[in-house]
Design a protein around this ligand. Sequence first.
Ligand code: XMP
Length: 513
Amino acid sequence: LVVILDFGSQYTHLIARRLREVHVYCELLAYDTPAAKLQALNPKGIVLSGGPSSVYEVDAPHMDVAILDLGIPLLGICYGLQELAHHLPGGAVVAGDKKEFGHATLTLGVGGGTAPSPLFDGFPPAFTAWMSHGDKLASLPDGFAVLASTANTEHAAVGDEARRFHGLQFHPEVTHSDHGTALLRNWTRSVCGCAGDWTMSDFVEEAVAHIRTRVGNGVVIGAVSGGVDSTVAAVLLQRAIGSQFRAFLVDNGLLRKDEVAEVVARLHDKCGVSLTTIDGAETFLSRLEGVVEPERKRKIIGNTFIDLFDAEASKVDAAFLLQGTLYPDVIESVSHKGPSATIKTHHNVGGLPAHMKLQLIEPLRFLFKDEVRALGLVLGIEAASVGRHPFPGPGLAIRILGDVTPTRLAVLRDADAIYIEELRAAGLYDQIGQAFAVLLPVKAVGVMGDCRTYEEVIALRAVETSDFMTANWFDLPTPLLRRVSTRIVNEVRGVNRVTYDITSKPPGTIEWL
Ligand code: XMP
C-alpha cells in the first residue's frame, strides 16, 4: 500500500492512476490524516500531492508533522515538496520571482554535487517535465541534496536518501512529463520496496469487500444502459451483493438494433444480474411526437426516464443508488465551477427526484475509461462489450434530425447496424472513438432501376478522440465507404443517399444534435 495525501491538486488522481499502472495499490486520504492512522495502515510509502495553496499562508493545508518521524518513505510533489521543506529543519519556501508553467528541461545531477538517486535509474541525463508552480525552495532541508535542476528551478528534484525523503517540483504524474511513470516505478520499487504485483483482480476484491461493508443487508438499485460504465458497475455489484442489487433497463424505444435483447443477454443471462426491463417505448415516442428542437428532445427524454425509473424503482425498498460515474466525470463537474456556456445538456441519472433519498454508490469513481474496460475484462465481460463506443443517453433521438417516428427509427437502426458491422469486419472499430449513422431531415432525389426516388439521407460519422472534448474526423478507407454506402442504399428501404461527415470537433460536435 502507498498512501497519497491529497492537498487539492487537480492532478492528485492521476498520481493514483500512475501508481496502479506500475501495479502498486494506493489509497487517497485527506492531507490532515493523523500520523497514528497512517502508521496503523502501515504503508510502504506516502506521496504528498500538489495543491493550489502556498505553504507560508496562514490557512494553508498542513500534514500532521509526526508523519516525518514514522520512518516511512515520503515523496512530495510540487506543494508536497514545499510542505516537506516547510516542516523540516533548514528548509524554506518563498514565492518565486518567476512562475513556471509548462514544459521544462530537467538536467540530472546539476546544481549542487549530487549522488545518483535510485529515483532516476535508467534516465537520460536530461529530459522534459511538466512544471506548474509559483513558489520555490529558498533553501534545502538539512540532509537533502539536489538531484535535478531546470534553468529556472535549482531544486527541481531533491532527496535525502538516508531518510528516504524525496521531493519533485515537477509533476511526474502528467503525461507531458517524460519518464514520469518510470520515476514512480523506481520510487515504489527501489525506495519503498513495493513488490509491484497489484492487478485489476485485486481491485475487484477490494471493491467487493468495500461494497459489502457499506451496503450490509440493504438493497441497491441502478439503471443500466448497455454502455460500458453501467455494465461494468452492475456486474461488479452483482459480484459483491448478488440479488441485493436490482438493475433496471429503461427501454426508451431509442436504442439501437437488437440492443435491448443484447443487454438482457449480457447482464442477466450471462452475468446473473437481477434485471427488470421497463418498456417505455410508447411513452417516450408519444411525448416526442412532433418535437424537433434538440434540447427539448433531451429534456423530454430526461424527464420521462426519471418518471419511469422512479415508478418502477420505488416498488423496491432500496437504500442505495448505483451510479457508474468515472473519474473524468468527477473532474468535469468540480473543475468547471465558473459559468460556462451550455453546448448540450448531457442527460444521466443525476437528477433523480429528491423523495427517493438514496445514498450513492459509485464504485468506478476513481477510475479512468481504459481502467474500467480492463476491470470489465477481469469481471468476465466479453471484449466486444467493454470496447463499445459510447452511446448517448437520449439515444437515437439525437441522431434523428427532425421528427422521431417509428419508421424513421427503423431506418436509422438498420443503416447504423450495417455501418457498424462493416467497421468491425474491416478491423477498424477499435481504432475509432465513436462511429454512428445519422438520419438527416431532408429528402433527396435519386434514380433506382428506371424509377425516380425521393427518399431519406443518411450521414455517417466516425471520429478519433482521446477524451471526446475534441475529436478529428476519421479517415475511413474509400473501399469501406463504398461498401457501406452500397449496402445501406440497397438494404435499407427509404434511403437513397449516403454522405460522410468530414467535420472535426471543434467546430462540429460529435453528435449532430
Ligand atoms: P458532443 O456531441 O457534445 O458529444 O461532441 C461528446 C460525447 O458526449 C456524448 N453525448 C451525450 N451523452 N447524453 C449523453 O449521455 C447526451 O445528451 C449526450 N450528448 C452527447 C456523445 O455521444 C459523445 O460521446
